[in-house]
Design a protein around this ligand. Structure first.
Ligand code: ADP
Ligand code: ZN
Length: 424
């Protein structure tokens, strides 16, 4: 589709969605408050007449208050994983589930998967949308789909070998764990498996982390973005160019705004991602503030798709640490750590208050143990500290620990523990 074709579809979808939202108690009231009528949406720029929707709105109307259809028309509910607070509920009709599967199928096809592939979904099932979302999409694409779910690495490896798994979906932090177990079991993914494509997502990760995963397994790993509020995985996905996430603009209108002024920022500038779902039935959300920080990379691509390309997420505004007045995102630290071949992929940042001073300790696992070589350890620690200081302007404590000793979650990785004293 050309940009004109995409935008024509978007306008039609937006107008229909705003009309449909008049069935939502929440949106009807909102529109009345500001005197907005569906007929006021004449062009895409008119989107800006509509107020933002926030996570707080979802919490205030918990569980079903934003729905735009009667509950009996809904066939599923999901809930966000609650990484940053109370969970929120998202309703789906049959049509929503089908459209969602279509987006995931589109992504998997885009990166070269075909019905002859065997797709193992090593992601949590249940309320977490990465399970059923990928399940339905992979089935719709026609692949043999293995609902392995998260964890139990020995069983995962057995499935990979026995079923000839060629593709896996998982959170990136889990895949590095899986490789550790493969190493222990003497399984070489290049020789002993047919793995060739990974979909990795649901949590922020750096380009360096992706490259590591690709090299560890000898596969191509594609970044997959989604959020429960929009449906789940499927919202954005990298094409074979790996030059940003194509967000599917026939399903969503993408805005990037300054989180303070809420005004749109120019392409290339970092801001908060705001999404409007324009094909959903049960619970469309208008101008939803995702709190994810990213930027527009372009609106065309050598792959031929003209759907907007969005940079990998820099983090969520909630993830930002403020230490001694400096704003720091965990991903900045990851980017540096991953540049050291001596380091494995698991790390943990702990913030503490010692003698009224805020401090940061970065614990990171060593790829190989050389704890007897004290001088080498000291030198490496210093190098890491120096590299971190260049990036975050502060010198954290750095602790090198043996591989497999830091906590490992089955779902999204927990990278920051904040134990600082709170001053009132
Ligand atoms: P929760 O908000 O409770 O974590 P979700 O499972 O709906 O529940 O998570 C959606 C969020 O996960 C996104 O808003 C984003 O912060 C993060 N996320 C999802 N995919 C990616 C990705 N590929 N890269 C970075 N962050 C991601
Ligand atoms: Zn592309």
């Amino acid at each position: 589709m050309t940009r004109e074709q995409i935008e024509a579809l978007q306008l039609e979808g937006l107008q229909e969605t705003v009309r449909h939202c008049m069935h939502s108690e929440f949106y009807r009231k909102r529109f009345q408050e500001i005197g907005l009528e569906p007929g006021d949406i004449q062009c895409l720029d008119d989107l800006r007449k509509i107020p933002f929707t926030t996570k707080q709105d979802l919490r205030d109307t918990y569980p079903f208050g934003i729905a735009s259809v009667p509950l009996e028309q809904c066939t599923r509910l999901h809930s966000s994983s609650g990484t940053t607070g109370n969970p929120t509920v998202i309703l789906h009709t049959d049509k929503d589930i089908d459209e969602w599967a279509n987006q995931v199928a589109r992504n998997l096809w885009m990166v070269g998967l075909r019905p002859t592939d065997v797709f193992q979904n090593s992601s949590g099932y249940g309320m977490f949308t990465g399970g059923l979302g990928f399940q339905n999409g992979a089935e719709k694409m026609g692949m043999l789909t293995v609902p392995a779910a998260a964890g139990n690495s020995l069983r995962q490896i057995k499935f990979i070998k026995d079923f000839g798994t060629t593709a896996i979906h998982a959170v990136p932090s889990y895949l590095t764990r899986l490789k550790e177990v493969m190493d222990k079991e003497g399984v070489d993914p290049r020789k002993d498996t047919k793995l060739r494509i990974f979909a990795i997502g649901a949590e922020p990760h750096s380009e360096e982390q992706r490259k590591r995963i690709e090299e560890m397994f000898g596969v191509k790993a594609y970044n997959s973005f989604g959020m429960s509020e929009m449906c789940g995985p499927g919202v954005g996905f990298e094409c074979k160019q790996q030059n940003g996430l194509h967000f599917w603009e026939d399903y969503y209108i993408v805005e990037i705004v300054d989180p303070e002024t809420l005004e749109p920022v120019p392409d290339g500038e970092i801001g908060e991602l705001v999404l409007t779902s324009i094909r959903r039935e049960a619970m469309p959300l208008l101008r939803y503030r995702t709190r994810d920080l990213t930027r527009v990379l372009g609106r065309s691509c050598p792959c031929g798709r003209n759907h907007v390309r969005i940079d990998r997420m820099k983090g969520r505004s909630d993830d930002m640490m403020v230490l001694k007045g400096v704003n720091i995102f965990p991903i900045q630290i990851e980017k540096i750590l991953m540049q050291f071949p001596e380091l494995a992929s698991n790390y943990l940042i702990t913030l503490t208050t010692d003698d009224d001073n805020d401090n940061m300790t970065v614990e990171v696992e060593l790829e190989e143990l050389f704890t007897d070589d004290y001088q080498r350890l000291v030198a490496l620690t210093k190098d890491i500290q120096r590299a971190l200081k260049d990036e975050i302007l502060l010198t954290p404590h750095v602790k090198l620990v043996p591989k497999g000793t830091l906590p490992q979650s089955e779902g999204k990785a927990v990278r920051v523990v904040d134990k600082r004293k709170v001053y009132q």
